[in-house]
Structures are given as C-alpha cells and as structure tokens.
Ligand binder design. Structure first.
Ligand code: UD1
Ligand code: MG
Length: 464
C-alpha cells in the first residue's frame, strides 16, 4: 500500500467555517482524542505515501496553519469561501504540473483509512477515469450529497441535499458522497472552469464535476466503501462524538491486539501516541494522554488520568489518581486519590498512598509516603518513611525552596518541613514538629511545645 510513485497531489479542503458546529473555533481544529481532527488525515496520507499535500485554508486561516505546521504541507488561502469547487480552483496553482492525479479530501472527514485511500486510487488508475468518487451507503442520507445513478447503474451526478428539498426521489437515495475523490489532473483543470453557481446556495460545488465529466463522455467511477463509519463527514457536535468513538475503537483494538487488557474499551480513552506494555490491565474511565509510556504488567484502576508520563513495569495505580509529566519506577504503587504533578520522579518500589500530592520531587527507592502528604521541590532519600500529614513548606510567597531528606530517615506524622531545610540520613523527626533548621544525620529533631499535665480545675457539683 504505497502510492509514492503515482504522481499524486492531495488537496485537502479545510477553509470552511463549520457553521453547524456552533463554535468560535474552526471546524478542522476540533479535537478527537487530543489532536485536531485533520491531523489524522495528514498522518494517513503520509502512511500510504501521498507526500505532496496542499491544504486549503480560509476561515481562521492562521490558526489552522499554526496547528498543522509540522505536517510538511503547503497552504493556500481561499478568501472568501465560495464552495468546495471554488476551494479546488484556488488550490490548483499550488499543484505541480507533473501531478497526474489530484486526490481531493475533506478536512472534516479525516478518518479515512490508508486502505480506503489506496482502494480509491487503484480503482481510479485502473479505470483511467476522469473522476472517481468514494461513496458509502447509509440508512438515511441526512444532509450528505446524494449519488445519482442511471438505469444501468452508472453514476451520473452528485446532488446536494439542500438543493433537493423538492425532490423526495433524490432525498430517498441512500448512497452518499463522502467528499473523497481522485481526478485526472488535466480534466480537473479544464472542468473547474465550467462549474456553474448553485442556484440555491450560490456556491460552486466540486461535485458538479461528476455531471460535467459525464457530459464530456469521460469515465466516472464510484467506489462504494464498506468502512462507512470512518468516512462520515463531521459537521456537528454529534458527528464529532461519533468520530471520537471511531478513533477510540481503533486505538483500543490495537492495544488489545498487543496484549493489553481493557476492562471496558468503550470507556477507555487512549490517545494516538501512547504505548502500553503487554499484560497491563486498564479499568474503566481511564485517560492516557500525550506521549505517555506504560510498561508491562501494570494495573491502572478506574478514573485515572495520566498525561505525558512514563510508568515502568509492574506499577499499580489505584483509583482516582492524576499523573502529569512524571516518571514512575517499577513496582511503585500510587493512590487511591494521589496526584503526581510535573517533574515527580518516583523510583523503584516507592509507595505513595491516599491524598498524597508530589511536585518536582525525587522519591528514591523504597520511599513510603502513605497518607495526606505534600512533597514539593523535595529530594527524599531511599527507604525514608514520610509520616501522615507531612508537608514541605516550599513556598515563601516569592520563591520555591528545596527540602532534602537523607536515606533511611523517619519523618513523624504532622510535620511541617520549612524549606530550605535538610534532614540528614537516618535522622528522626518527632511527630507534630515544625522543622525550620536542619536536622543532622542520625539525630532526633523535635520542634513543638513540650506537653505539660496540670492539676485539673474542678467545676460544678464536683467543686467542694
Ligand atoms: C460536502 C459535499 C457533499 C458530501 C459531504 C461529505 C459539496 C458541495 N458537498 O458537503 O456532497 O456528501 O461533503 O461530508 O462538495 N470547504 C472549503 N471551502 C469552501 C467550502 C467548504 O474549504 O468554500 C471545505 C470545508 O472546510 C470542509 C469541506 O470543504 O472541510 C466540505 O465542506 P462542507 O461545507 O462541510 O460540505 P458538506 O455540506 O459537508
Ligand atoms: Mg462537511
């Protein structure tokens, strides 16, 4: 499946506003699992070797260009946006003269698979057609363009639903145009000049080229693609939700194939670039995002969100944790309800329990922080035990300061460590201390008022 040698230029239509999204954001930038929808289309084209790509932008052009700038595509501006045919007219000067085939795709139908792209091109090249249109069959053609065939089954036109309000016979057609086409480049250059404006909307429709090709006695082919779910255009929030479901299923199926258990794949949200090792088990309502890497044999319980983080092997993340830009070593267990904020580095065998927050801190091998703790800007030595309610007071209102705790130390419960401060290796801190000065290695630091037990003053009846 490689189209590199076929002299193809792809033109992607992405200039429209997407009125039906009811959004201040351009439609093609609406996200599907963390990426602009059109990025999926650009990836697929690269995957099948279509490398020469022109993207037509218009509505909020700068935002669209910025979002797609790393994809190695050329941009042309369509201003104003007078329809899909007009968009391709505007793109043509950016299409090299050497292109034999121009593939037109819609930025709002981004989930076409590499196999579908290749199938369309194969049919087109084999039939030597002027235009080959991709179609799908739906129970209800809704707002999509209808594919009109003659008695012998040949495609003669594509008509728009909004132009056919008084034609129930056309609206009844269930075969619809997906908006993906291959054109013979020479036919396209000539045909684009001949498209009339729609009498209903005033737009210049690319789909009119099908009718024009027929009139010229040129070959028109249509490929009915069975992968209808992936090929539906996204024009509304409901269709965006449908596309998210499609991408989610694709990604989740890949992980399950590779030996990852998803307890409820419909309720597991894994973004494209996440990797997961085999025998890892993922419970429902888990979000794995960005460049997250998860090792083998991990267990991720329900309602966990992990962003741009690395978990090594045998990590156990209990219910309700949030982990962002952090590193978690093998055999670590976290939660329930723990929060690893950016630059947390938990080494092998660390235990972080419920209601513990860690930020920009290293917890060396075997550190235990079991309950209700905040460790920020801290370096905690191997094997140290951090008691319940320990807080690093790392912020003085202006700057952040470091807390350093040596190996094998013991921090008693309800301790405030006022940074900058160091607790030496093997030192003890008495429960309830507010530590403002360093505790030397091996010493016991206590910083709290000494308890006094006074004679009770008796009141009421007992008072004699
Ligand atoms: C279009 C097709 C319809 C097809 C449907 C599939 C036409 C006239 N209609 O309808 O037959 O069933 O796609 O989803 O082609 N765009 C521009 N410039 C413009 C207008 C649109 O770049 O001036 C872009 C849009 O950003 C979008 C794509 O072209 O990515 C399709 O436009 P849209 O308005 O969504 O057309 P549909 O009504 O969906
Ligand atoms: Mg559309």
């Amino acid at each position: 499946m490689n189209l590199t040698k076929d002299n193809i230029t792809a033109v992607i239509l992405a200039a429209g506003q997407g009125t039906r999204m009811k959004s201040s954001q351009p439609k093609v930038l609406h996200e599907i699992l963390g990426r602009p929808m059109s990025a999926y289309l650009l990836d697929t084209l690269k995957e099948v070797g279509v490398n020469d790509i022109v993207v037509v932008v218009g509505h909020q052009a700068e935002a669209v260009k910025e979002a797609l700038k790393d994809h190695g595509v050329r941009f042309v501006i369509q201003e104003p946006q007078l329809g899909t045919g007009h968009a391709v007219q505007v793109a043509m000067p950016a299409v090299p003269a050497s292109a034999a085939t121009v593939m037109v795709l819609c930025g709002d139908a981004p989930l076409i698979s590499g196999a579908s792209v290749a199938a369309l091109q194969r049919l087109h090249a084999g039939a030597n057609a002027a235009v080959t249109v991709q179609t799908i069959e739906l129970p209800d053609g809704a707002h999509y363009g209808r594919v009109v065939r003659d008695e012998s089954g040949r495609v003669v036109a594509v008509v728009q639903a909004k132009d056919s309000k008084d034609r129930p016979d056309l609206l009844a057609i269930r075969e619809i145009n997906t908006g993906a086409y291959c054109f013979d480049a020479a036919f396209l250059v000539d045909g684009l000049m001949k498209i009339p404006k729609s009498p209903v909307t005033g737009e210049i429709y690319l789909t009119d080229l099908i009718h024009i090709a027929r009139q010229q006695g040129r070959g028109v082919e249509a490929l009915i693609d069975p992968d209808w779910e992936a090929l539906l255009g996204i024009n509304s929030r409901a269709e965006l939700a449908g596309a998210t479901r499609t991408v989610k299923r694709r990604i989740n199926a890949r992980h399950m194939d590779q030996g990852v258990s998803l307890m409820d794949p419909e309720a597991t949200y894994i973004e494209s670039f996440v990797t997961i090792g085999k025998d890892t088990v993922i419970y429902p309502n888990v979000y794995l995002q960005g460049k997250t890497v998860i090792g083998e044999n991990c267990r991720i319980e329900a309602s966990v969100k992990i962003v741009d983080s690395v978990l090594e092997h045998d990590v156990y993340v209990k219910m309700g944790c949030v982990i962002t830009q952090s590193r978690v070593g093998s055999g670590v267990d976290i939660g329930p309800f723990a929060h690893l904020r950016p630059l947390s580095d938990l080494r092998q065998g660390v235990h972080v329990g419920n209601f513990v927050e860690v930020k920009k801190s290293v917890l060396h091998e075997g550190v235990k922080a079991g309950h209700l703790t905040y460790l920020g800007d801290a370096d905690v030595g191997a094997g140290t035990n951090v008691g319940a309610g320990t807080i690093t007071c790392n912020y003085d209102g202006e700057k952040k300061h470091a807390t350093v705790i040596g190996e094998g130390a013991f921090i008693g419960s309800n301790t405030a460590l006022v940074a900058p401060v160091t607790v030496g290796a093997g030192a003890y801190v008495g429960a309830g201390s507010t530590i403002t000065e360093d505790v030397p290695p091996g010493k016991l630091g206590i910083a709290r008022a000494r308890q006094v037990n006074l004679q009770r003053r008796l009141v009421g009846k007992k008072k004699e």
